[in-house]
Design a protein around this ligand. Structure first.
Ligand code: GLP
Length: 273
C-alpha cells in the first residue's frame, strides 16, 4: 500500500486529483476502450472533485470516454432530494465536466427490487470491463463506501443497514436530525472495491485519525473495513497531516521518508499548473 502524507486538505485534494487525471490521460481512453472510474461521495472528496473540474476546464482532461460507477446511495430517499448521492454527484462533479449521462452509473435506492438492482450493478461493472480506478473516502469508524463494521471483506453490492455511528455522522447533512437520515443504503461491497485494478482513498482531519490508524497500523479486520486495502496490490491512501495524529510514529516516519526519497509528493502537486 502506498501512503501519501500531504500538509493539508488542499494539498491532499490536489495531489489526488492530479494523480487521477494523469491516470486517465495515460490510459488514452477511446469510445471502444473507456476508462472506468469508481466515485465516492462525502465531504472528503469535495476538494478532489473541484480540482478535477479545474483540470478539465483548463482543457487538459476530458471525461468523454470515462464511465463512472458510484459507491453507494441511500434507500428510499428521492433521487431529487438535495442529500441524495445522485444530487451530490451532479451538483459537485458531473454537471461541470464533459461526461456523457449514459456513462454515469449510480445505484437506484428506490428500485422496486433492491436485490436485483444490486446484482445488476455488479453485472454492469463486469460488462464495463471492471473498475480501473476506484476513488473512495473513509468513515470515522473506518468504513469504506457503506461497508459498516463487521461487513464481509469479500462482499459485493448489496443492501446495508447503517450503524448508529454512521447515522450520527451523516445527520449534519439532514438538519442534524438523526430521524431524517435514511437507515439503509445500497453499497458496493468491500470485494467490489478490492476487485478494482487500483484504489485511491482520501482521508483528512483528526476525526479520521483513529480510522487511519486501524487501516494502516493494525491488521486486516472486518471491524475497520478500509483495512482490507492492505490486501490490494495497488492501493493508495492520500491523507493530510492532521489525519496522522494516531499513527504509530514508526509508520508515519516510514511513509514520510519514502515519499521524500521518491519525490512523489512534489511530482504530482506540481502537475497541471
Ligand atoms: C459516508 C459514505 C462514505 C464516506 C463517508 C465519510 O458514509 N458512504 O463513502 O467515505 O461517509 O464521509 P466524509 O467524507 O463526509 O467524512
Amino acid at each position: 500500500m502506498r501512503v501519501i502524507i500531504t500538509k493539508d486538505y488542499e494539498d491532499m485534494s490536489k495531489w489526488a486529483a492530479n494523480y487521477v487525471a494523469q491516470r486517465i490521460i495515460d490510459f488514452k481512453p477511446t469510445a471502444d476502450r473507456k476508462f472506468v472510474l469508481g466515485c465516492p461521495t462525502g465531504s472528503s472528496p469535495l476538494g478532489l472533485y473541484k480540482q478535477l473540474i479545474r483540470i478539465h476546464k483548463s482543457g487538459k482532461l476530458s471525461f468523454e470516454h470515462v464511465v463512472t460507477f458510484n459507491m453507494d446511495e441511500y434507500v428510499n430517499l428521492p433521487e431529487a432530494h438535495p442529500e441524495s448521492y445522485h444530487s451530490f454527484m451532479w451538483t459537485n462533479f458531473f454537471n461541470h465536466i464533459d461526461i456523457k449521462k449514459e456513462n454515469v452509473h449510480i445505484l437506484n435506492g428506490n428500485a422496486p427490487d433492491l436485490r436485483a438492482e444490486c446484482e445488476n450493478y455488479e453485472r454492469m461493472i463486469e460488462e464495463a470491463g471492471g473498475i480501473e480506478l476506484f476513488m473512495g473516502g473513509i468513515g470515522p469508524d473506518g468504513h469504506i463506501a457503506f461497508n459498516e463494521p463487521g461487513s464481509s471483506l469479500s462482499s459485493k453490492t448489496r443492501i446495508k443497514t447503517l450503524t448508529t455511528n454512521t447515522i450520527q455522522a451523516n445527520c449534519r447533512f439532514f438538519n442534524n436530525d438523526m430521524n431524517l437520515v435514511p437507515k439503509q443504503a445500497l453499497t458496493v461491497g468491500v470485494g467490489t472495491v478490492m476487485a478494482a485494478r487500483e484504489v485511491l482513498i482520501v482521508c483528512n482531519g483528526p476525526q479520521k485519525s483513529l480510522a487511519l490508524h486501524h487501516t494502516i497500523d493494525e491488521g486486516v479486520n472486518h471491524m475497520w473495513t478500509a483495512s482490507a486495502m492492505q490486501l490490494h496490490p495497488h492501493g493508495n491512501i492520500v491523507c493530510d497531516e492532521s489525519a496522522c495524529v494516531d499513527l504509530k510514529l514508526s509508520t508515519y516516519q516510514y511513509f514520510k521518508d519514502k515519499q521524500q526519497l521518491e519525490g512523489i509528493v512534489d511530482e504530482y502537486l506540481n502537475k497541471f499548473e
